[in-house]
Design a protein around this ligand. Sequence first.
Ligand code: CU
Length: 498
Amino acid sequence: MTRSPWTRRTFLETSGLVAVGLSVARSARWSHLASGSEQSSSTPADYSLHIRNAAVEIAPKRIVGVTTYNGQFPGPLLRFKDGQAVTIDLSNDTDTPQQLHWHGQKVSTDVDGAAEEGTPYIPAHGMRRIRFTPNPAGLRFYHTHNWAGADLGAGQYSGQVGIAYIDPKSSPGNYDREVFLLLKEFEPTFSRGGDMDMNFLAPATHVKALEDAGESAMKASLAKGMPHGFEVGYGSFTINGKMLGHGDPLRVKLGERLLLHVVNGSATEIRSLALPGHTFQVVALDGNPVPNAANVPVLWLGTAERISAIVEMKHPGVWILGDTADDDRRHGMGIVVEYAGRNGRPVWVAPPAFTWNYARFAKPGSTGAPAEETIEMQFAKDNAAHEGFNRWTINGAAYPMNAGAAAASFHLKKDQRYRLRMRNASDDIHPVHLHRHSFELTKVAGQPLAGILKDVVMVGGYQEVEVDFVADNPGPTLFHCHQQLHMDFGFMTLFDYA
Ligand SMILES: [Cu+2]
């Protein structure tokens, strides 16, 4: 049942969303003029990204064939200046129309890179030139927004991920050097394995009503003889495109302060990271400075989450900065940290048990501003309901995968402050993402908090999370789980502005 993203586009074109079809046609025609004398094309762009298939060597003689940006993985690090407009040429050397999403940026629907919002596709063997003003400052990233479905070569299973950093006008802290780390798995395969048990979120309290709903739905499905829905596993794990021990080590000096910018570029996985003998002072979450820069022994990142953290180099040796999951680390999820003058085999020491609580980084004793309106959302899983895949719903509705136009389900009034109350009636953790806006965490598993601005938040199994956002960037706005398998099979909805 492999479907190309073409399916959804073609379907949008023929289903009354004429504007989408027209802009695709325009940009396809424009691509013929790209090398001609058209005024806009005669000026070189500030940046060029070429989407193309390439062989990427993640360890000696271990080569994966994936779709990339500029033939490399990760895609080039793009450094922007806060508030300074850029022109970018997006070329597509593949046979498939592509979307490139500027994750975490407040941009227009024309450049955001989501077909559901009306962004034109970058045509197969064609190009689009876009112009926008990067903002807000901080750690962002860019990635494909194509539908993958059962095609493990498409969507974010591919190598279409890169980091974008928007330099803030003032320095984000006291450090000597920045290091960018992109975490990403390769060689995906389907499995029927049950859900991974992940107990790292705090508070750990479950909402009884959500648990009852989720458990009884699962029991009913299994009683009918249904297998567990497909999950995705991986054969190789990388940081900056290299399996542990196969890239250059991170060479450091005693007393040096590194600012690590960590991006979880995974299609489906939640990652952790620890460095024996060191702690991370978290200064920003999803690129936005946090009110309380607390020290932690372990970082946890849902898909598409980012953490900026300062690490003081004060424990000489040769160490593994790696995932706390032994199996994933042994299959590559780590990078060697080597102090000057030290050598030998890199050492891993498991960190003490630690739970991840967003409130640790919040403004102490403070609650968010009141919202003008609350939007209720309940997430649920329909076990193995779609050709063996779990189907995901928001308030009972799965976003259409291959039929029927999706009208917006929620209508926003410009400049109003909204509260999203998300209730997760499944046992999975969902890293949910809102496009083109940032939100403030206001309640996590019953615990009120304020001052943390993000664009992805992990909603724990059978838990509730509340976030507030101001509707200040008009246009259709996508909301979805960033787990590719969840998003592709229904876990998505659209906001528009009245
Ligand atoms: Cu999800």
